[in-house]
Design a protein around this ligand. Structure first.
Ligand code: AMP
Length: 205
């Protein structure tokens, strides 16, 4: 039995066609049900649907053999017990610093609203900039507008969300895409099976 962890939304939408080309299908009936463990076209493969931030957790602990996770989530979670074996090139975006204008970044201690605490710390530490992080779980764009922070660190795709809130992207931290991550123990015990799926997905990228 093989268990694959996916998250709802962008990643699921863009992963399903890749899995289909690789020979694994999930029926609309399963997808539209409220089930969290989905049957697939193969008896020995199940898909679990969880929150994006939980995908590395389930894979790390072996509750899923492999999963698809955004690099943003992996950078925050850390790589313990996880093997990042394939860049799927889907759900691409950039992790960026944004503010209402460039001057806002000129502070002795820069106040930053973000949910990407580790990536933000690493980036500003490397620049030698002193910062104060205000951890938020969503609606980061609001923080500079209401004076909670000088700037934000968030994912940017089209830039429309920033624009709609009077913010501009100023500094590029890292390019993001979804990665296939494998449980290190599963990669030993189910090596042939997991390699088969990685190769089948890779062939069709
Ligand atoms: P956009 O307005 O197209 O720049 O999209 C930005 C919004 O979508 C932000 O709230 C981001 O957090 C979210 N977003 C963009 N791309 C991704 C992605 N690949 N994965 C997760 N969230 C994303």
């Amino acid at each position: 039995m093989l268990t694959i962890a996916l998250s709802k939304g962008r990643i699921l939408e863009q992963t399903l066609p890749l899995l289909k080309k690789a020979g694994l299908e999930i029926s609309d009936e399963e997808l539209n049900s409220r089930k969290l463990i989905l049957d697939t076209s193969l008896d020995d493969v199940k898909v679990i649907i969880i929150r994006a931030t939980d995908v590395p957790v389930f894979v790390q602990h072996g509750a899923a053999d492999f999963g698809i996770s955004g690099k943003d989530v992996l950078l925050e979670h850390g790589a313990d017990g996880l093997l990042e074996l394939l860049d799927l090139g889907i759900a691409q975006c950039k992790l960026m610093v944004a503010a209402s204008d460039e001057q806002k970044l000129n502070q002795n201690t820069l106040k930053i609203a973000t949910k990407y605490v580790n990536s933000t710390k690493r980036y500003f530490e490397a620049k030698g900039q002193q910062i104060e992080i205000i951890k938020l779980y969503g609606a980061m764009e609001l923080a500079p507008v209401v004076g909670l922070s000088h700037c934000i660190v968030d994912l940017v795709d089209t830039g429309n969300t920033l624009k709609a809130n009077g913010l501009v992207p100023l500094e590029h931290i890292i390019d993001i895409s979804s990665r296939l991550v494998v449980n290190a123990a599963s990669f030993k015990t189910k090596n042939a099976e997991i390699k088969f799926w990685i190769n089948s997905i890779k062939k069709n990228l």
